[in-house]
Design a protein around this ligand. Structure first.
Ligand code: 2PG
Ligand code: MG
Length: 426
């Protein structure tokens, strides 16, 4: 791939905050774009976004410096250069940046470049992006884990935990699975309205009502699943991301919204044990915080044989940290977010390390998203079997579902739907 030109610009994410878009042109005038997403409940060890800090523009969130770095330094370094593979391109950028956390050029700049290069390569090779990322005979279509009730840092309501997801796994295809999910989503809206709750949505398109408790979120989701004509546990189960790093302070978990209680690490584990007994929960992400490794070991020992325990903030999609986690028997699954590590190649490295060690990979969007649908192709490429990319509305979320519908159609008999198996451990 010979790079003819690279352009960058400041565009906006789904929260109306600036982010970086890159356009790469290859020889032969093949042109492709990439846009970086952005998180709100970020892990401490994530690759660093470069933001201007000039409070007169976008409250300091502008990305003009990141754009300028691409237009000057990166452009000079990559235009008229040949890169044979994604690895070569991404390693070149990592070397050019020169910092361990990509803070000089910015992970937002580097990821947008990396995505644009992957897309340009797929166009040059005349293959779909998922095949460019990983060429296989057969692919697995993911279960969409839809975040139907938003709380925590993603909504201004009184729910402490960040994400209450439904996983419509008992379906013959992705297409049917997303239909089931949407039916529950709409039924849930009617139920909330009937109960006098607000039906406005949070950052990821899930409802953000003021409920009496976090448990009520589970109860009302179950009610919606049944009212939509499905059986909880058999057809549709529940996945949670309470994002507890956000609650961890002074060695305790502080509930910062409704019922301002504090729980110890052991008490949090007890809470999860009781919820798992009571509700059809099959996946728990960030059930404990990123700085509670001891708690995580206990949690894993207790619950890893029963459900998928996903590490998000604790791993930050970073192969070095994932390796440490595997060694210390932390979790049994890794959340995969492109911009936590900052390049496509390192993301694929993180996935293969996890999969080689029998960890699951749960592919994820960020709460600040765009029309870029790369994660839809990524989940198919990696055969990861499940994705979270928001709820049943908001186009920056639905764009990924729509891309998955196209991919499933294109793959035809070369694809199978993941189903409940994808959450199980042998
Ligand atoms: C998470 C994500 C995505 P954010 O915690 O898993 O749902 O949120 O992008 O704000 O980190
Ligand atoms: Mg998370």
């Amino acid at each position: 791939m010979n790079i003819k030109n690279v352009l960058a610009r400041e565009v906006l994410d789904s929260r109306g905050n600036p982010t970086v878009e890159v356009e790469i042109t290859l020889n032969g005038d093949i042109k492709a774009r990439g846009i970086s997403p952005s998180g709100a409940s970020t892990g401490e060890k994530e690759a660093v976004e470069l933001r201007d800090g000039d409070r007169k523009r976008y409250g300091g969130k502008g990305v003009e410096k990141a754009v300028e770095g691409i237009q000057t330094e990166v452009q000079k370094a990559i235009v008229n250069h040949k890169f044979a593979t994604q690895k070569e391109f991404d390693q070149f950028l990592i070397g050019l940046d020169g910092t361990p956390d990509k803070s000089r050029l910015g992970a937002n700049a580097i990821l947008a470049l990396s995505i644009a290069f992957a897309r340009a390569s797929s166009l040059a090779n005349k293959i779909p992006l998922y095949r460019q990322l990983f060429d296989r005979e057969r692919y697995v279509m993911p279960v969409p884990c839809m975040n139907v009730i938003n709380g925590g840092r993603h909504a201004d309501n009184n729910i402490n935990f960040q994400e209450f997801m439904i996983a419509p796994h008992h379906a013959p295809s992705f297409k049917e699975s997303i239909r089931m999910g949407e039916e529950v989503f709409h039924t849930l809206k009617d139920l909330l309205r009937k109960k006098g709750y607000a039906t406005g949505v949070g950052d990821e398109g899930g409802f953000a009502p003021n409920l009496k408790s976090d448990e009520e979120a589970l109860e009302i989701i179950l009610e919606a699943i049944i009212a939509a004509g499905y059986q909880p546990g058999k057809d549709i189960s529940i996945c949670l991301d309470p994002a507890t790093s956000e609650m961890w302070s002074d060695g305790k978990y502080q509930f910062f919204k409704s019922d301002k209680k504090e729980l110890s690490s052991d008490e949090m584990i007890q809470l999860w044990e009781s919820w798992i007994k009571q509700y059809p929960i099959i996946l728990l992400e960030d059930g404990l915080g990123e700085n509670d490794w001891e708690g995580w070991q206990k949690l894993t020992k207790k619950l890893a044989s029963q459900i998928e325990l996903v590490g998000d903030d604790i791993f930050c999609t970073n192969p070095k940290i994932i390796q440490k986690g595997i060694h210390q028997k932390i979790a049994n699954s890794v959340l995969i977010k492109l911009n936590q590590i900052g390049t496509i190649w390192e993301t694929l490295e993180a996935v293969s390390l996890a999969q080689q060690n029998d960890y699951h990979c749960f592919i994820s969007h960020r709460s600040g998203e765009t029309e870029d649908t790369t994660i839809a192709d990524l989940v198919v490429a990696t055969n990861a079997g499940h994705i979270k990319t928001g709820s049943g509305c908001r186009t920056e979320r639905i764009a990924k579902f729509n891309q998955l519908l196209r991919i499933e159609e294109e793959l035809g008999t070369k694809a199978t739907f993941a189903g409940l198996e994808t959450f199980k451990f042998n």
